[in-house]
Design a protein around this ligand. Structure first.
Ligand code: 0GY
Length: 291
């Protein structure tokens, strides 16, 4: 068996920034534990165990209250590990599943009962073998009320995906802003194209996440801060934030989660913006029944 990969920081620093009460880490994952929740035979990486106890300890350490757990590709379409983590969260976690597009209505209802509020379509060729747009569209028309679709793609296929995204009949949430080249700056071609996408529909949301993935200049990720702050300001009612812990595939450049939290006031400089980013917006998407 290949070595299992550890892609998270062993002892993240305590952030200097204190999130508002009720803050949501709206993009994170769990891995295993493998003995209970084996990884998919099609997984493109084999991570170490990073289960719910570790996730909730990090949540508390960073000053957050809730998590949105996104099914990672290493678990394929078996959402058992994600559902188990949600079940252990005492109502403080909800999730996004990855499903076989042939999933039945009864199975979707069971996912809803387990705290799932959306499904994820992953278009990264290094992570998944295929991404059948026609089947994705079909299942997106049968989702439980209030669900959304999360899409993960890289900037070079944004235009190609436009007709597909336009046809999805529920709100869209774009992972990591569609991975723009942030070194182009806030007016660069990638972020301009992303703004055109956001302007096309009022129900496209995005995650202002992953300076560690998007900014090769490294911590403290100045290019990310410069490029992303104007986007957060201009689309402040449809942006959410997350750690991306346990940082799949980042084993060569493991970020310090405390430093990731310290990016928040740089991309959302006012308390009002921070409250939207960390509380009001993710609550509308994931806990809409709460006032
Ligand atoms: C992420 C990023 C990655 C991996 C996954 O599902 C996944 O395996 O999401 C990645 O390698 O870019 O969104 O956390």
């Amino acid at each position: 068996m290949p070595d299992r990969i550890v892609s998270w920081h062993p002892s993240p620093s305590k952030p200097r920034y204190t999130p508002p009460a009720g803050a949501v880490d709206a993009h994170c994952h769990v891995f295993g534990p493998m003995a209970r929740f084996p990884f998919s035979a099609k997984a493109k990486y084999l991570p170490g165990d990073a289960g719910p106890d570790m996730l909730f300890a990090l949540r508390d350490h960073l000053g957050f209250t809730r998590n949105v757990i996104v099914q990672a590709s290493c678990h394929g379409t078996d959402n058992a590990a994600t559902l188990d983590a949600i079940a252990r969260s005492d109502g403080k976690a909800r999730g996004v599943a990855v499903v076989d597009p042939a999933i039945s209505e009864a199975e979707l209802a069971a996912l809803h009962a387990g705290g799932i509020r959306g499904i994820r379509f992953n278009f990264l060729k290094r992570l998944v073998d295929d991404a059948p747009k026609d089947k994705f569209l079909e299942v997106s028309r049968r989702l439980p009320a209030g669900w959304h679709v999360v899409i993960y793609f890289e900037a070079d296929i944004l235009e190609e995906l436009r007709p597909f995204m336009d046809a999805i009949p529920v709100p869209l949430v774009i992972d990591h802003m569609g991975r723009p080249d942030v070194s182009q700056g806030p007016g660069g071609a990638d972020l301009k194209a992303f703004r055109r996408l956001l302007d096309a529909r009022g129900d496209i949301w995005f995650k202002a996440t992953c300076p560690d993935r998007l900014d090769p200049s490294g911590d403290p990720w100045n290019a990310f801060a410069d490029a992303v702050a104007p986007l957060v300001a201009d689309y402040q009612d449809r942006v959410i934030w997350g750690t991306d812990w346990p940082h799949p595939n980042m084993q060569d450049q493991v970020p310090d989660d405390g430093h990731l939290v310290d990016m928040i006031p740089r991309i959302a400089p006012t308390r009002e913006l921070q409250h939207k980013l960390l509380v009001a917006n993710p609550m509308r998407l994931y806990w809409p029944e709460e006032p």
